[in-house]
Design a protein around this ligand. Structure first.
Ligand code: SF4
Length: 364
């Protein structure tokens, strides 16, 4: 869907029925009060916690975010703590959430706030949008949830709910930009000025749990009486996933090292750092990529399925002896033997973390 222009949205209001709007607000907030999920960022919705959770929730499932959000806030409890941390520590704590650009942007914005605003986030959505990495959606979420500003949050869930309520679809509502303006305008008209944060979260919650992309549960929907489609909308086809076969080396060695006052055997794993020039996951650490995707059965350690955006990766992990690595693996400028205990705290790719955990080389 096209990006929404808030100024144009104000100039292009959809026709309104005040009684219907009041009914939708009341029914939705009543439903939300009873059905809202108990999510950690809802327990203390301070601006920093809302900001971190909203950025994490973009493109990552709620179940994954619950765990990572709590440990992120324990590690970096304030904007200042986040600003002072080295980027590699922030990326390591982001591990498992994917889309690491988000972590870099949050870190940069925290550094800006520490340097210019004593570590405080601005209050209004307009000011929040001037920060790096904070767009209209995140700014509206922080301002409405933490500061009760009556501004609509428009994400994919909200777009879907509004379109279904109004019977709008691509193709029957003018251009994509015109439809985006109508959705923005309608979402803004619906926001309850008395409880804007709860209302925004209620619409998103309805979209995530009841008015789902496929098989909406209209029978339990609090808005069914005011909905023009009630499950009779067209469903967009699922994007086609591509498949790729790849293979990585699991190369381990034991080394005698001094740990405290004693010498003991330390297990090390060979890791490559992805170049900073890469557009995907720059600077993260991964297992060495093999030149050949085919792996002889006797050397196969495990197979893993891993999805990144529109691609399903079928991954073979090969046991590789230290002496064979240069022949079998793609060369890397930054290759390092890392003690197991250290690897857990490094910014690993999601796939590397998954493999090391399945091989019982990492515990979390
Ligand atoms: S009635 Fe059905 S389609 Fe309409 S908003 Fe509710 S769940 Fe969505």
């Amino acid at each position: 869907m096209a990006k929404v222009d808030r100024e144009s949205a104000k100039r292009d209001p959809a026709p309104r029925d005040p009684a219907k709007i009041a009914r939708i607000r009341r029914k939705l907030l009543d439903w939300y009060t009873i059905n809202r999920r108990d999510l950690p960022w809802r327990r203390d919705p301070n601006p920093y916690a809302v900001w971190v959770s909203e950025i994490m929730l973009q493109q990552t499932r709620v179940a994954v975010v619950i765990d990572r959000f709590q440990s992120f806030l324990v590690r970096f409890p304030t904007v200042i703590a986040l600003a002072l941390a080295p980027e590699q520590d922030v990326l390591a704590e982001w591990s498992g959430l994917g889309y690491y650009r988000r972590a870099r942007m949050v870190h940069k914005a925290a550094q800006f706030l520490a340097a210019n605003n004593e570590g405080n986030l601005p209050i209004t959505s307009a000011e929040l949008r001037t920060l790096p990495g904070i767009g209209p959606y995140t700014a509206a979420a922080i301002a409405s949830i933490a500061h009760h500003e009556a501004v609509a949050v428009v994400d994919g869930n909200v777009e879907r709910v509004v379109c279904r309520l109004e019977g709008w679809e691509h193709g029957n509502s003018g251009s994509a930009a015109a439809l985006a303006r109508k959705i923005e305008s309608q979402a803004q008209a619906l926001v309850d000025p008395a409880r804007p944060g709860d209302f925004n979260q209620a619409v998103m919650e309805l979209g995530a749990t009841v008015c789902t992309p496929r098989n909406p549960q209209c029978i339990v929907c609090p808005l069914v009486a005011d909905c023009k489609t009630r499950g009779e909308h067209k469903t967009a086809p699922r994007p086609r996933m591509l498949s790729r076969e790849v293979a990585f080396a699991l190369c381990l060695r034991d080394r005698q090292a001094k740990v405290g006052l004693r010498r003991q055997t330390v297990c090390e794993v060979l890791l490559d750092q992805r170049p900073e020039s890469q557009s995907v996951m720059p600077g993260l650490w991964e297992l060495p990529a093999l030149k050949e995707a085919a792996v002889p059965n006797e050397d196969l350690r495990m197979t893993v399925r891993h999805a990144i955006m529109q691609v399903n990766y079928y991954v073979r992990i090969r046991n590789v002896h230290e002496g064979d690595i240069d022949t079998l693996a793609v060369p890397s400028a930054t290759r390092r033997w890392v003690p197991r205990a250290e690897a857990a705290a490094m910014p690993l790719t999601g796939l590397a973390r998954k493999v090391l955990m399945r091989a019982h080389l990492l515990s979390s």
